[in-house]
Write a protein that binds this ligand. Structure first.
Ligand code: NOJ
Length: 555
């Protein structure tokens, strides 16, 4: 299998299409939209979790890994979905959340009832002799990472919400449960798996206090034992089928570790999601802040990751958007003056890199953050906690709201816009999150008059037909250019080269063509301002606002 030729689409089931009017998207809704999905010619769909869950963290708090939550449909619906997608050669990638399970899960409930077998599934610890919590760790969703374990003198660890209890992977029974779940879904025809926050499963057996928030992450992130657990899971489940695609969501990971997780000889994962490039608009590395993105840092990160992953034979997932991120268009583009051009530029910048691109539903329409005017429009546990913390720290309600507005995960969870009607054609009921801007941005408009969807189709087609894109090496170009992100892709024999220029700004900078390519006859394979065409390369090109152009040079 050539991972470089694959393109993956992500569907957040709760927000894709509601078939029964309860305001929440569902599997039958997805089935009815397969003809739309087919137009993109993607290879696989990653579905966020739709397993039984109390939904405190929108399904990342799983209470039963083997059943579909009735609000999303039935097992029959799921089987039909897999079969119908297979007919159009699209695989299914499921989200496996094994760092933690819901406190409603029977494992946790049995543990609470005192069953010693299941008590060993979790990190249960006593308070310190002085009565303090077992460690000073913070939950990633705010507040302490420990909560009282029922009526006992113990506390359980939760790196995320208090309803998500961390599973203790030191226990071989936990690891067997994980493999069993993966195999259950493999038997249903699932050929892709995304593993949620996989690099934090390797906590130490003895948990100690941290000295500061940055050091704290190192106590449980990317520890060597994670590699061992992934290898074991690979052997016991998905590794038995060479066609399966896996991706590990790696929180605060390093390039060196990402190479180890993904180089083929290690038999761990197909690829990783890393997030450093999505923190270039964080003040001092803190998410709940507001600052314009640092373009030079963004370039530096792309260049470093691409070059080193290439040299180390690692493999990256390429993406800007997902259900945890505000829309990239608001962060790195210009949604007001150049919505279409900047959406296309952002797509080009990542789609022509070395790796496997992911498209988050609605990205192909140029979706943007909703225009909400009240904190009451938001529902996500993470942003509501953050809002309260910002207020407690002394921010005014106005400032706290402005930060939440640009950072909330609800931004990208807003229902897909199908048409211009009041509920964006998503539901006949009351949508669980309110759509805004659907008059302008929606599938109907996009397919008749828009240009972004069609541009995505071209990018996907290029990846499937140009070996330079799917198999080529990466080389950074114009590293000091303050507006243009440029790179070159080349094959081992160097016979073909691809020069990609992406203008991240609304003005018209010049880009100097690398000397060895000047005066060459070349072919523009994609340009968001024009058609494919033959050109003669000069010594420089002036780019239009948010222009992307990819030029192929054959020696
Ligand atoms: C990452 C998921 O993408 C996010 O939505 C979730 O809240 C956390 N992991 C915890 O499972």
């Amino acid at each position: 299998m050539n991972l470089g030729k694959k393109v993956i689409y992500q569907i957040y089931p709760k927000s894709f299409y509601d078939s029964d009017g309860d305001g929440i998207g569902d599997l039958r809704g997805i089935i009815s939209k397969i003809p739309y999905i087919a137009k993109l010619n993607i290879d696989m769909i990653w579905f966020n979790p739709f397993f039984v869950s109390p939904q405190h963290d929108n399904g990342y708090d799983i209470a039963d890994y083997y059943r579909i939550d009735p609000r999303f449909g039935t097992m029959e619906d799921f089987e039909e979905l897999v079969a119908k997608l297979k007919e159009i050669n699209v695989g299914v990638m499921l989200d496996m959340v094994f760092n933690h399970c819901s406190t409603d899960h029977e494992w946790f409930q049995k543990a609470l009832a005192g069953d010693p077998k299941y008590m060993k599934y979790f990190y249960l610890r006593k308070a310190k002799p002085n009565g303090d919590l077992p460690t000073n760790w913070q939950s990633k969703f705010g507040g302490p990472a420990w909560k009282k374990f029922g009526d006992t003198d113990l506390y359980y660890l939760h790196l995320y919400d208090k309803s998500q209890a961390d599973l203790d992977w030191h226990n071989p029974d936990v690891r067997k449960e994980a493999a069993k779940v993966v195999n259950f879904w493999r038997d249903k025809g699932v050929t892709g798996f995304r593993f949620d926050v996989l690099n934090v499963i390797g906590k130490d057996e003895v948990l100690v206090d941290s000295t500061d928030p940055v050091q704290e992450k190192t106590l449980y992130t990317d520890t060597p034992i994670v590699q061992k657990y992934i290898k074991e899971l690979n052997q016991a489940s998905f590794g038995q089928d060479s066609e399966t695609i896996t991706v590990g969501e790696m929180s605060s990971t390093s390039i060196a570790n990402s190479i180890e997780y993904t180089k083929p000889e290690n038999h761990e994962l197909s690829m990783v999601f890393s997030f450093h490039h999505l923190k270039v608009d964080y003040e001092n590395g803190q998410k709940w802040t507001k600052k314009p993105f640092d373009f030079m840092e963004l370039k530096r990160l792309f260049n470093e990751w691409q070059s080193k992953m290439d040299q180390g034979d690692g493999w990256q997932a390429l993406f800007w958007n997902n259900h945890d991120q505000p829309w990239a268009l608001n962060r790195f583009g210009d949604p007001v003056n150049y919505r279409e051009k900047s959406a296309e530029m952002l797509a080009t910048a990542t789609h022509l890199l070395r790796g496997t691109p992911y498209i988050y539903m609605g990205e192909e329409l140029g979706m943007i953050d909703p225009h909400y005017y009240s904190i009451h429009n938001y529902v996500d546990v993470e942003c509501l906690n953050a809002y309260q913390e910002l207020i407690d720290e002394g921010h005014s309600a106005h400032d706290a709201f402005e930060i939440v507005k640009t950072k909330s995960r609800d931004n990208s969870r807003v229902p897909m816009h199908w048409d211009a009607s009041q509920n964006a054609g998503f539901t006949v009921g009351k949508p669980w999150l309110k759509p805004t801007d659907q008059q302008e941005i929606n599938v109907e408009n996009e397919l008749t008059d828009g240009e972004i969807f069609n541009y995505y189709q071209k990018l996907i087609h290029l990846r499937k037909t140009e070996d330079l894109i799917s198999d080529g090496h990466f080389q950074a170009e114009l590293e000091d250019h303050p507006q243009v992100f440029a790179y070159r892709r080349y094959l081992d024999n160097q016979a073909e080269q691809l020069l990609v220029l992406n203008n991240f700004y609304g003005y018209e900078p010049w880009a100097i063509i690398p000397e060895d390519l000047q005066n060459k006859n070349a072919h523009v394979i994609i340009d968001n301002y024009g058609e494919a065409r033959d050109i003669k390369l000069k010594d420089a090109i002036q780019l239009k606002p948010y222009q992307s152009i990819a030029i192929k040079i054959t020696k």
